[in-house]
Design a protein around this ligand. Structure first.
Ligand SMILES: [Zn+2]
Length: 189
């Protein structure tokens, strides 16, 4: 192992060594309450509050206000997105990151920020130009951008997702569904 590779691995181990949010496992978000970061805690509170309120109307046999059940189901899906984010990006230092996964992550970031895939077809170069630890470090740095972007859009994506529609129709949600707009996570599962 080269010293540069060791440095990359050491950085990743340190980055993932602190206490992490039980849902999103984000390395840079402090625990706020009940093992969750402030963002995930807010989501969990919202799910609880909206679920309790809808249940109250159901018990009273009264129609819930317009949008209450829609919002409850939307936040339930947002909670799943936050938890999937944790599964997709936690402990990168222990995972095999291939050139193809790096290409996919780069492509997503590129499409999100400049609406164009500038990195299509680079899997092989990425695979062979970096050591396994350098690929992990590269993936980790990209993941910070991906996470920031995905988080901003969770609520809107959840509202229009098939998963929210299934919940609203009383059908079980699809546990295996990957994070929105992300192919790399399918490969890593
Ligand atoms: Zn969190």
């Amino acid at each position: 192992m080269s010293s540069k590779s060791e440095y990359a691995l050491e950085f990743l181990i340190n980055a993932h060594s602190g206490p992490k949010c039980a849902w999103c496992k984000h390395p840079n978000k402090e625990i706020y309450r009940k093992s969750l970061c402030s963002s995930c805690y807010r989501i969990s509170r919202k799910v609880k509050q909206l679920t309790a309120l809808a249940e109250e109307y159901r018990k009273q046999d009264e129609p819930a206000p317009l949008g209450l059940e829609f919002d409850r189901d939307t936040y339930a899906v947002v909670a799943k997105y936050a938890q999937r984010e944790g599964k997709s990006y936690d402990n990168i230092q222990e995972r095999e990151i291939t050139g193809l996964q790096l290409e996919w992550e780069l492509s997503h970031v590129s499409k999100w920020f400049v609406k164009t895939d500038l990195f299509y077809g680079l899997a092989s170069v990425l695979e062979h130009s970096f050591t396994a630890d350098q690929r992990r470090l590269f993936f980790y740095l990209l993941s910070l951008m991906s996470r920031a972007h995905l988080r901003r859009g969770y609520k809107q994506r959840a509202a229009y997702s098939d998963e929210r529609r299934r919940l609203s129709h009383g059908e079980p949600s699809d546990e295996q569904h990957p994070l929105p707009e992300s192919r790399v996570h399918r490969a890593s599962q």
